[in-house]
Design a protein around this ligand. Structure first.
Ligand SMILES: Nc1ncnc2c1ncn2[C@@H]1O[C@H](COP(=O)(O)OP(=O)(O)OP(=O)(O)O)[C@@H](O)[C@H]1O
Ligand SMILES: [Mg+2]
Length: 267
C-alpha cells in the first residue's frame, strides 16, 4: 500500500535516464504540489526536457518511479497519461498550419478530451467543443485570431495557440517546455502573466521549463534548479535567489571560463 499525500499531484522518485554513457537525469527526487506553478530551470543540457519526458511518459526511465495522484504511472504510456489529465506542450511548435486557429483548438478538445476522439459527432457535441475551444482562446487572448489559418500566425501567437490547445484538452496538470522559446523579449512577460492567470483562475497545476531564471522568478510558487542532470536547489523564488550554490552556477553561466577559473582558485 502506497502512502499518498493529497497535496502532491506528481512525484518523481529516484528518476534516472541514461543515454549510452551519458547520465541526462541523475536520480532525481521531485514533488509537485497540487495547484502550484512549479518551474524547472537550468542551463542548456541540464536535463530539464529529459525530466519532462520521463514525467509525461515520452521516455522510459532507466530507473525510478513516477507517481501521479498517489498512483504509480511509470509503466503507463504517454497517450494514456493524457487521459489521466496530464497534458504537455513541446519545445517545438506542434500545430496544424493549414487549419484555422479555432479548428486546431477544437480538434484538441475533441481528441484529448475525456470522451476520446469520435469521428461521428452530432451538432450539439460539435458546438460544445467549439465553445470550449473559444473559451480557451479567450484565456490566452487569441479570440480575435480564431478564423485565421494557424500557419499564418506570428510566432508569439503560435505559442499562445499551443497553450490554448492544452487548456482545451481539460488537463489538470500542464507541462510546458519553454513556452516563451523564440518569442520577442517584450512578449515574454505578458505570456508568463497569462500562464499565471490561468493557474490562479483554474486551479490547474502548471510545470514550466525555462533556461532563463528571470523569466520564471515573478510567477512561480516553487522553483527547481537543475544542473548536469541533478537537482542543485529547490525552493520559493526568494529562497532560490539567495541560494549561494545557484548564484555560483549562474555566474558560471554568465562569465563562462573566467568564473570557472575563479571558482577553482577559491579555497
Ligand atoms: N535522445 C537523446 N539521446 C542522447 N542524448 C540525449 C537525448 N536527449 C537528450 N540528450 C542529452 O541529455 C542531456 C540533457 O538534455 P536535455 O534536452 O534534457 O537538456 P535541457 O535542460 O532540456 O536543455 P535545453 O535548455 O537546451 O533545452 C544533454 O547532454 C543532451 O545532449
Ligand atoms: Mg530542453
Amino acid at each position: 500500500m502506497m502512502m499518498s499525500d493529497e497535496s502532491i499531484i506528481l512525484e518523481g522518485r529516484g528518476l534516472r535516464k541514461e543515454f549510452g554513457g551519458l547520465v541526462a537525469v541523475c536520480d532525481v527526487d521531485l514533488r509537485v504540489r497540487r495547484g502550484d506553478l512549479h518551474s524547472i530551470i537550468g542551463p542548456n543540457g541540464a536535463g530539464k526536457t529529459t525530466l519532462f519526458n520521463l514525467l509525461t511518459g515520452t521516455l522510459k526511465p532507466t530507473r525510478g518511479t513516477v507517481i501521479y495522484k498517489g498512483r504509480d504511472i511509470t509503466a503507463v504510456p504517454l497517450h494514456r497519461r493524457v487521459h489521466l489529465g496530464i497534458g504537455r506542450s513541446f519545445q517545438i511548435t506542434n500545430i496544424f498550419p493549414n487549419l484555422t486557429v479555432l479548428e486546431n483548438v477544437r480538434l484538441a478538445a475533441q481528441a484529448l478530451g475525456r470522451d476520446g476522439f469520435k469521428f461521428w459527432m452530432n451538432y450539439r457535441h460539435f458546438k460544445q467543443y467549439e465553445a470550449a475551444a473559444l473559451h480557451a482562446l479567450a484565456e490566452v487572448g487569441l479570440v480575435d485570431r480564431a478564423p485565421m489559418l494557424a500557419g499564418a500566425l506570428p510566432h508569439g501567437d503560435q505559442r499562445k495557440l499551443e497553450l490554448a490547445i492544452l487548456l482545451a484538452s481539460d488537463a489538470e496538470l500542464l507541462l510546458l517546455d519553454e513556452p516563451t522559446a523564440g518569442m520577442a523579449t517584450e512578449q515574454v512577460p505578458p505570456l508568463m502573466q497569462t500562464i499565471q492567470r490561468i493557474q490562479r483562475g483554474t486551479g490547474k497545476t502548471i510545470m514550466l521549463v525555462e533556461h532563463n531564471m528571470n523569466v520564471v522568478m515573478s510567477v512561480s510558487d516553487r522553483i527547481t534548479v537543475m544542473h548536469q542532470g541533478e537537482i542543485l536547489a529547490e525552493g520559493t523564488p526568494a529562497e532560490i535567489t539567495r541560494n549561494e550554490t545557484v548564484q555560483r552556477a549562474y555566474l558560471g553561466e554568465l562569465y563562462g571560463d573566467f568564473a570557472t577559473i575563479m571558482q577553482e582558485d577559491a579555497p
